[in-house]
Each structure stands twice: as structure tokens, then as C-alpha cells.
Write a protein that binds this ligand. Structure first.
Ligand code: FES
Length: 132
């Protein structure tokens, strides 16, 4: 699944701060399957960026789809980012493994680096991009 939304952003060390006037709904929590991943696009500062979305039970994690190793997209297939055991995000290029909850690389050529996290909120069953 890929969804396109419009926003702008400011990059910090390991998190993206979105420059949006209000929260933006990206989907309903129920649209995301438990222990599954999907992707969507945001247009940030005029540049289209693919994002990784992973749902674990009632939590959702969103990252820029760019590996901290060489910047390649991580998808195994479009929108598929999880290892076979569903415990980690995996990079399809060189096999780096990332913690789903933190984006921390625990194995591979970019060990101890992080995926860039996107701040979200879940409110009344809606997944929202936020500016903080
Ligand atoms: S590009 Fe992801 S591990 Fe090399």
C-alpha cells in the first residue's frame, strides 16, 4: 500500500520534525494489519519521500525509507520491510536488521545507526502525522 500526502520537514539527528500546520491523517489504525508493514509517500519540501510503516498491535512506527548504510530503499518487495520472523525491519540490499520500535540497526554494515523516525500519534483509531 502506498499513500501520498503533502508536507515539509526538518531533519534532526535521528528524527524528522514535520513542518505542518496541523496533524494529517494518513490512515485508520484498522487499515494497517498487525505485524505487517506497508509504505506511503509524503512530499517534503517539494521532494517525494517514501516512508516505512509498521504496525505492532496498537502501535505504529514510521520511518523514512532510506537505509543509513548507503541510502538505498529497504523494501524486499514494494511495501514489505519485515524479516521472516517479523521481529525486525530488514534492508533488502545488504541485510541490515533494525529494531521496529526504535529504528536502531542491530546487525549489518550500518550497525548502531538509526532509521530516521517520523513522529505520529494514534487518536480515536486514526494514525496521524504530527509536527512534534
Ligand atoms: S543499503 Fe541497507 S544494509 Fe546496505
Amino acid at each position: 500500500m502506498y499513500i501520498t500526502i503533502q508536507t515539509t520537514y526538518i531533519i534532526n539527528q535521528s528524527q524528522i520534525r514535520l513542518d505542518i500546520p496541523k496533524v494529517i491523517k494518513i490512515c485508520n489504525l484498522d487499515d494497517l494489519k498487525i505485524n505487517k508493514s506497508c509504505g506511503f509517500f509524503v512530499t517534503m519540501n517539494g521532494e517525494k519521500k517514501p516512508l516505512i510503516v509498521v504496525r505492532l498491535q496498537n502501535s505504529v512506527y514510521v520511518y523514512i525509507n532510506s537505509c543509513p548504510h548507503i541510502g538505498a530503499p529497504l523494501d524486499l518487495k514494494p511495501g514489505q520491510f519485515l524479516s521472516h520472523d517479523k521481529k525486525n525491519i530488514v534492508c533488502s540490499t545488504h541485510g541490515a536488521l533494525f529494531e521496529i520500535e526504535t529504528g536502531h540497526c542491530i546487525f549489518g554494515p550500518c550497525k548502531d545507526k538509526y532509521l530516521k523516525a517520523i513522529p505520529i500519534q494514534i487518536n480515536n483509531g486514526e494514525v496521524l502525522l504530527t509536527s512534534t
